[in-house]
Write a protein that binds this ligand. Structure first.
Ligand code: MN
Length: 207
């Protein structure tokens, strides 16, 4: 990642979107992004072509992102597939609303959980490049240690793929660790995906 600033890393993100149409942030450094920067995370639920969770960790000025079809599980036996997606701007942490029809990722998004994480690996960004990190989440819902591990490199025409797994600590739960995404409520607004879809458009600023 060294040698690239956040702006360069967001070129894929920007290339997929039309900012005169979608209310998603362009990522040019909005207010409130200067003070408490560091190790924040967000888990969004996104009802696009397929319903999925988006897991994002702040690393060196961007949100490193994975699409997790089944969502995170608090059961350490559940290895959840996590497909990497393009780096997102930090402002995406609070994005909740409806991505318009015809736009990339069209459909409603809620912020299911957000908070901070503590890296459990030295030189977190480098460890991520090498394909394995562990970290302790301090969210409104997710707590305790988790790991992300790359198991397919993405070379030779394969899609790169990772696993998101709860580590076996005092916070590990049993099989009921994943919410029903249709009933799950936003950590910011208390709304469900359906509530956001019915309201349409972007939510007011919460932070
Ligand atoms: Mn998504």
């Amino acid at each position: 990642m060294s040698g690239k600033d956040a702006g360069e890393r967001l070129s894929t993100y920007r290339g997929k979107r039309h900012f005169d149409s979608t209310a998603e942030p362009e990522g040019d450094g909005g207010p409130g992004e200067d003070g408490d920067a560091g190790h924040r995370f967000v888990v969004q639920i996104h009802d696009a072509t397929t319903l999925h969770f988006d897991f994002r960790l702040e690393v060196e000025g961007v949100l490193k992102s994975w699409s997790v079809p089944k969502g995170p599980s608090t059961d350490p036996h559940d290895k959840r597939l996590a497909m990497p997606t393009e780096d997102h701007p930090l402002e995406y942490r609070t994005f909740e609303g409806v991505i318009p029809r015809g736009e990339y990722g069209a459909g409603p998004v809620i912020v299911w959980d957000t908070g901070t994480y503590e890296p459990l690996k030295a030189d977190f960004a480098r460890a991520l490049e090498k394909g394995h990190v562990s970290f302790r989440l301090r969210g409104a819902k997710l707590r305790g240690a988790w790991a992300l591990t790359r198991f397919r490199s993405g070379e030779e025409g394969e899609r790169e793929a990772w696993l998101l797994v709860k580590e076996n600590d005092g916070r590990a739960g049993s099989a009921h660790g994943t919410p029903d995404p249709a009933r799950a409520r936003s950590a910011l607004s208390g709304r469900t995906l359906r509530g956001v879809a019915e309201a349409g458009g972007p939510a007011p600023d919460f932070i």
